[in-house]
Ligand binder design. Structure first.
Ligand code: DX5
Ligand code: ZN
Length: 215
């Protein structure tokens, strides 16, 4: 199991102390939750903070755009050379064009689905994707509970994505209690916010979650 640390749940002013403690074997990616106060209720941070976070660590960035019209914003993030840029299928009419633009820039393309969005919403664009990010909470806040129908949806989406070699990432409410089950269902990558940062030592907790996932 790979772990992507959602810094939304961290104390922002302490990031310059916390991030250098992260070891690549425990934390695979830094998950950047970009929120615009439009697609989701809150405003979090944009490309300037994303750039600064990238300068604090060698761990690659996993950018999660929770913004309306992602095609108007993507370029600023591509310039930062993250591992992956993920946009929401609910936010654009131009998913294929956007996916091609992201790949052309040398980044992995991710598409995210809200809990209420059916898996079929991405069935015709699978060949254009490298990653699917399944939300297991409604996006907008850290610290929410994993939704009851999450496991069922993961199973359905895994069947759709595996023939294409697409990575499956799960975001929302992941913690010690469910990471083993997520591993068994074939999830490749878990975003963890409060499950990391609300513990005393997020780097150590990354290792613990990976060990729990292995069983
Ligand atoms: C929610 C964000 C998540 C969130 C995860 O809108 O996309 O990445 O910060 O936080 P936890 O793990 O606390 O649910
Ligand atoms: Zn996220």
């Amino acid at each position: 199991m790979k772990i992507s640390a959602s810094i939304l749940a961290a104390k922002m002013t302490a990031l310059s102390t916390i991030l250098p403690t992260f070891k690549k074997e425990n934390i695979d990616y830094i998950h950047m939750d970009v929120m615009d106060g439009n697609f989701v209720p809150q405003i979090s941070f944009g490309e300037a903070i994303t750039k600064e976070v990238g300068e604090l660590t060698d761990i690659p960035l996993d950018v999660h755009l929770m913004v309306a019209k992602p095609e108007d914003h993507v370029q600023k993030y591509l310039e930062l050379k993250p591992y992956c840029v993920t946009f929401h299928i609910e936010t654009t009419h131009f998913a294929v064009r956007l996916a091609e633009e992201i790949r052309k820039a040398g980044c992995k393309v991710g598409v995210s689905l809200n809990p209420a969005t059916p898996p079929e919403a991405i069935s015709t664009i699978l060949p254009y994707l490298d990653l699917v990010l399944l939300m297991t909470v409604d996006p907008g806040f850290y610290g929410q509970s994993f939704i009851k129908t999450g496991f069922e949806k993961i199973e359905k989406v895994r069947k759709m994505t595996s023939p294409y070699g697409i990575e499956l990432e799960v975001d929302g409410g992941v913690n010690e209690s469910n990471i083993r089950e997520l591993e068994k269902l074939g999830v490749d990558l878990c975003v963890v916010g409060s499950g990391l940062f609300k513990t005393g030592n997020p780097n150590e907790q990354g290792k613990k979650l990976k060990d729990l996932a292995k069983g």
